[in-house]
Design a protein around this ligand. Structure first.
Ligand code: ATP
Ligand code: MG
Ligand code: MG
Length: 361
């Protein structure tokens, strides 16, 4: 089949590589430069967006900010309504979806103006996290507020744009569920992945290493079904949760969703019989999902580093991925997967390599 992906970042590249492995033809459309690109940087393709859409059998995306002109021109080539995906780029719509689907989330309110934010800050008795409604990623566009903090200072920063204010959650840890829903409604999910963030950026994920109680996996998959059914979603979808202890019970609170392949699913490239990229390709092309078999795997992000040290490229236990991006502090430029079922081994890898591989802002 011929597949056009909206977005040409690392997720698009990895989706395309999977597609090629299945024998499909894939193009990426850069929403930044408005260029249509083949997967090899050495081939030039003087195609317009209109020609690429006409060429494609199916159009999908690596990021949810799908431009209006693509939605209009390609609407019959998407396997689901792309405007539903785009609506999730606004945190107000996203949180409302959680409430509508009865998926427990941190209590929240929205604000549209600095005056509304100020009122909300005056009234709160809770520590809050303020998040810009649009455009935030890797912890950008977020502010913390505790009762007693300087309100005017906070409003001057966070009140520049509309946003949401939600309770700060004293979580035990963070986990994510990555799975896929097919056009026929069938669903496959990987086990919950434990994620550790540094300065709001995903530092590493433990895929299948840090086993969570069966009840949590069930709760997460119920949320997956509710949300993806409500969206009539087709493809890979990721959900980030906080694990909290409430009256002696462990529970999940949803933080946010990513209607696409997700960084916390990169471990599946080494640790599963079918990676998240392969699952997405199968969903797009109507291929059945296999039963998922996994091998516990650590995924360590490469952030801002100029290169991955040769010692890792040559290491028999490390699978290195380099995104060929210009390194900047705080920018994800690669990742390293290491298969191990032993949490201590995984943490010793993190201890040995995280500082060398991660240059944060
Ligand atoms: P991503 O890169 O995952 O898309 P993002 O910028 O969209 O990140 P969030 O996932 O909402 O932002 O927040 C980033 C991190 O900040 C979370 O993983 C979590 O560690 C922390 N965080 C966010 N909201 C809360 C909250 N309500 N309570 C406690 N910590 C929070
Ligand atoms: Mg996010
Ligand atoms: Mg997040």
């Amino acid at each position: 089949m011929k597949v056009l992906f909206v977005g040409d970042g690392q997720l698009g590249q990895m989706l395309g590589a999977s597609g090629i492995g299945y024998g499909h033809e894939c193009l990426l459309y850069s929403t930044r430069t408005q260029e249509v690109k083949p997967l090899s940087a050495h081939v030039s393709l003087p195609w317009t967006l209109t020609e690429a859409i006409a060429w494609a059998d199916v159009v999908s995306w690596e990021h949810e900010a799908i431009p209006a002109d693509v939605i209009a021109a390609a609407h019959d080539k998407f396997l689901m309504d792309p405007s539903r995906i785009k609506s999730l780029t606004d945190r107000r719509a996203e949180k409302k979806l959680f409430d509508d689907c009865r998926v427990a989330t941190s209590p929240w309110q929205s604000y549209g103006t600095p005056a509304e934010l100020e009122k909300l800050l005056r009234q709160t008795t809770q520590p809050l996290v303020l998040k810009a409604a649009r455009g935030g990623y890797d912890g950008k566009g977020q502010w913390r507020f505790r009762p007693g903090d300087d309100i005017a200072e906070c409003v001057a920063e966070a009140g520049k744009e509309p946003g949401i204010a939600e309770h700060l959650i004293p979580f035990e840890k963070e986990v994510s569920l990555v799975g896929a829903r097919g056009k026929d409604g069938s669903v496959r999910c990987y086990p919950l992945t434990t994620n550790v963030h540094t300065q709001g950026i995903l530092s590493y994920s433990l895929g299948g290493i840090d086993v969570v109680p069966e009840a949590l996996q069930k709760q997460a998959e119920q949320a997956f079904h509710r949300l993806t059914d409500a969206l009539s979603y087709v493809g890979v979808f990721a959900i980030e949760f906080f694990v909290v202890e409430a009256s002696g019970q462990t529970q999940l609170l949803i933080n946010e969703v990513a209607p696409r392949v997700h960084n916390s699913g990169h471990w599946t490239m080494s640790g599963a019989n079918c990676s998240q990229f392969d699952l997405h390709m199968r969903a797009l092309t109507g291929m059945p999902f296999p039963e998922l078999r996994i091998e516990p795997t650590l995924m360590l992000n490469v952030i801002g580093a100029k290169q991955i040290p040769a010692g890792l490229w040559h290491h028999q236990d490390a699978q290195c991925h380099w995104y060929n991006k210009e390194p900047r502090p705080g920018r994800k430029v690669g990742h390293v997967n290491v298969r191990t079922a032993n949490p201590d081994t995984a943490l010793s890898w993190v201890k040995q390599w995280a500082e060398k591989l991660q240059l944060l802002a």
